[in-house]
Design a protein around this ligand. Sequence first.
Ligand code: NAP
Length: 239
Amino acid sequence: MDNTETMAKLALITGASRGIGKALAKGLHEDGWKVVLIARNEKKLKALAKNLNSKSSKKKAWIFAGDVSDRDFVKASAKDILANIGTPNLLINGAAINHHGTLTVTHEQFEEQMAVNVAGAFNFLKAFVPAMKKQGSGYIINISSIAGKVGFAGSGSYVTTKFALNGLSESLFHELVPEGIKVTSICPSWVDTDMAAYSGIPGDEMIHVKDILKTVRYLLDLGPNAVPKEVVISCVPFV
Ligand SMILES: NC(=O)c1ccc[n+]([C@@H]2O[C@H](COP(=O)([O-])OP(=O)(O)OC[C@H]3O[C@@H](n4cnc5c(N)ncnc54)[C@H](OP(=O)(O)O)[C@@H]3O)[C@@H](O)[C@H]2O)c1
């Protein structure tokens, strides 16, 4: 039996169908991780999982297509994952949307953004942290934003969700690190993905998704006594 494949650790990544989440899924899989991929677009998830599974003799990628803000979807997926795949060693909350505007967004857009960006992460944390606690180890990485550290004119509704996510992440950092579960919030500036396309900034002036993968690899490589609460990544042309 291939020992590396049986012993592989399990990462669950939300927002895995494209952008940062997809890059993290591919990179972690390359590093030998088993990956559970979550997003709404089933077609994209299937294509990614098919590609990843074609690279190893044993199945190492699973998909659960649905909305992270849908509590029933998260509960049912978590039950299936915990019973049939395992307890994640790494949970990456990456799924998010960005409605541009502060008071110009509609109430519905504001609520949807809070539901996906904040409650979506809460749903996964609530579903998996008890099992991670039982396991006595794990790593939670919340993909926040520099918009979770400082406000920006014209982006207030998105900024609100990322400040909230950082509040949740920092509180869990204090609660869970003493229990053996590391928690880090990654707060990047512009990253070259679909989400940033509206800015009109050329992709080659933005942070690359590979830089976020390198950041995750750096976090995972740290020794047991080292845990950054957050990693803030600025984008050089905009400093
Ligand atoms: N790009 C940037 O400049 C930037 C900067 C700082 C932080 N971030 C953060 O980085 C993370 C990843 O963003 P990205 O740049 O990779 O954006 P992206 O390319 O737009 O990808 C967003 C991901 O989230 C998923 N998603 C969105 N709504 C969802 C929902 N309701 N349920 C399940 N999945 C959902 C999308 O998949 P489906 O559409 O298939 O559901 C997609 O996989 C986000 O948290 C974002 O806020 C981005």
